[in-house]
Design a protein around this ligand. Structure first.
Ligand code: GLN
Length: 287
């Protein structure tokens, strides 16, 4: 218990007590394989000098507010162990809710040929979870770093996903024409406005990729507009579009999608009661 207590105490300098304790437990459990019971039996006193050095390095990085998921190199998302490194966003619980929403919608009808595209895949968390649940999944990102991490995740988890590089903001009609039609398109694009940076935690602001987080203050729907435009020509006639969104822009996104001809636009709250997701369907030819 001694090392665990010391670690909690050191972390309390920069984190609130509850969080310091949770981080200390996470390190002990995940990295050193020591459960709470092990700690109560003082098994943390048996760490080797190499492990103690390791613990010191981890502690230093945590004191610099580096996210623990980057330090340990992985995190759990929808029951899958996902590798994360600086260069990709750390998967959030809200995004797991978006995946659940999609899975529920397709529960009855998900066939192995239900085609889904994840745009701006990052670590691949959405695509990996959907492929794991039986969707025929493709995913793209502008960042080759992200694509490397997502591909290595898919390989390690034994999931078959086609990855390709694409800049969402580049409406390249010609090269897009050869693309298949999808039953669903999903995206958690950058959606934090520049002015919101002032209220953000240092662990996010100083360590996570700004490319994946921020949109200009004067165009908060930038990515949604381009993805929806792409979806107009790449979704099947009864296809669905799913977005994770900035809680402040639900109505604006609804209006934009409606103006673009999407139907059945539904906003959905996350577990914290914030408007966090939207689903829309393409106009059916019979409508
Ligand atoms: N939900 C993330 C956050 O709060 C942001 C994700 C995004 O911009 N797509 O940090």
């Amino acid at each position: 218990m001694k090392l665990f207590r010391e670690l909690t105490q050191r972390l309390s300098i920069v984190y609130p007590t509850g969080e310091a304790k949770a981080l200390a437990r996470w390190v002990m459990e995940e990295h050193f394989g020591l459960s709470m019971t092990d700690l109560m039996m003082d098994k943390d006193n048996n760490l080797s000098s190499h492990q103690l050095q390791d613990l010191e390095n981890i502690t230093e990085r945590l004191l610099h507010k580096e996210p623990i998921q980057y330090i340990l190199g992985h995190t759990l998302f929808c029951g899958l162990d996902i590798e994360v490194r600086p260069g990709v966003l750390i998967p959030r619980p809200e995004t797991a809710e978006l995946v659940e929403w999609i899975c529920q919608d397709y529960e009855a009808e998900c066939r192995p040929d239900t085609r889904v595209l994840d745009m701006g895949t990052g670590s691949g968390c959405i695509a990996l979870s959907l492929a794991h649940r039986g969707f025929h999944t493709e995913a793209c990102d502008i960042s080759t770093d992200a694509l490397d991490i997502a591909e290595s995740n898919a390989k390690r988890l034994g999931l078959n996903i086609r990855f390709f590089q694409k800049d969402i903001l580049q409406d390249d009609a010609e090269s897009d024409q050869g693309f298949v039609q999808y039953d669903a398109i999903v995206s958690n694009p950058p959606y934090i406005c520049q002015h919101e940076a002032a209220e953000m935690e240092a662990n996010v602001l100083e360590h996570e990729p700004h490319l994946a987080l921020f949109v200009p203050d004067d165009d908060p729907l930038l990515f949604y507009r381009h993805i929806a435009q792409f979806a107009k020509s790449h979704l099947t006639s009864n296809g669905r579009l799913y977005f994770e969104i900035n809680r402040s822009y639900g109505q604006e996104i609804r209006e934009m999608l409606s103006n673009m001809g999407f139907c059945n636009i539904t906003l959905q709250d996350d577990q914290y009661g914030n408007t966090r997701m939207v689903r829309a369907t393409t106009t059916s030819p019979n409508n």
